[in-house]
Design a protein around this ligand. Structure first.
Ligand code: Y12
Ligand code: CO
Length: 170
C-alpha cells in the first residue's frame, strides 16, 4: 500500500524514532508499504518516520548502472548502529520529505553497520560510497535530523526563503 510522505516543516520529522522489538507481520507490512511508497515516489531511500511511523526502520534501493531498481538489492535495515566510520565523501543529496531541493553534503565514505533484518537476525556489514551516504541520510531521519540541518548558515537561509516563497504561491 502506498502511504503519504510527510514533508518539511512537518514537526513529526523531528521525532526520535523508537527501537523495534517485535518482528511480526505488522512490521513486514510496514516495510512492504515503505517499499511501495519509495518506488512510486521515485526515491532510493526512505525512513519509516517519512510515512509518519516513528520506528527505527529504513530501506535503501540504489539503482544499477542502467538506472533500474531491483528488489534483489533492496536493503531493509532495522535498529541500525554505526560501529565505525571512515573517510569523507561529498554528494548532492535530495530527500522525498524536502521536495525540489538538493545540496552537497559531506559524510563518511565507509561505515561498518550493525543492524537487524525483518526476521530479527543481527547483521554486521560494511557499506561504502552511495550506499553509505544513503544509510547515513536515513539514520539521521531516525534521530529527527534532516540533510538541510547540515547546510551552512547562508545556504539554510536561502533554502528557508525559497520554501516560504513556494508555500505562498500554493
Ligand atoms: C543519496 C543521497 C540521499 C539519499 C536519501 C534518499 N533520497 C531520495 O530517495 C530522494 C528522492 C527524491 C525523489 C524525487 O522525485 C523525483 O525525482 C521524481 C525528488 O523530486 C522532487 O522533489 C520533485 C526529490 C528527491 C540517498 C542517496
Ligand atoms: Co530523507
Amino acid at each position: 500500500m502506498i502511504r503519504d510522505i510527510i514533508t518539511y516543516p512537518n514537526k513529526n520529522l523531528r521525532k526520535v524514532s523508537k527501537s523495534i522489538d517485535t518482528f511480526d507481520q505488522q512490521l513486514h507490512s510496514l516495510l512492504d508499504d515503505m517499499y511501495d511508497t519509495m518506488i512510486q515516489k521515485e526515491g532510493i531511500g526512505l525512513a519509516a518516520i517519512q510515512i509518519d511511523v516513528p520506528l527505527r526502520a529504513l530501506i535503501i534501493n540504489i539503482p544499477n548502472q542502467d538506472q533500474q531498481q531491483s528488489k534483489e538489492t533492496l536493503l531493509e535495515i532495522i535498529n541500525p548502529k554505526i560501529l565505525h566510520s571512515q573517510g569523507e565523501i561529498v554528494y548532492q543529496e535530495g530527500c522525498l520529505s524536502v521536495p525540489n531541493f538538493y545540496e552537497d553534503i559531506k559524510r563518511a565514505q565507509k561505515i561498518v553497520l550493525e543492524f537487524q533484518n525483518r526476521d530479527a537476525k543481527v547483521i554486521q556489514r560494511e557499506f561504502e560510497d552511495l550506499e553509505a551516504i544513503a544509510i547515513q541520510h536515513e539514520i539521521d531521519h531516525l534521530n529527527g535530523i534532516l540533510f538541510i540541518d547540515k547546510l551552512s548558515f547562508l545556504k539554510r537561509k536561502k533554502f528557508e526563503k525559497e520554501l516560504k516563497k513556494k508555500l505562498k504561491e500554493k
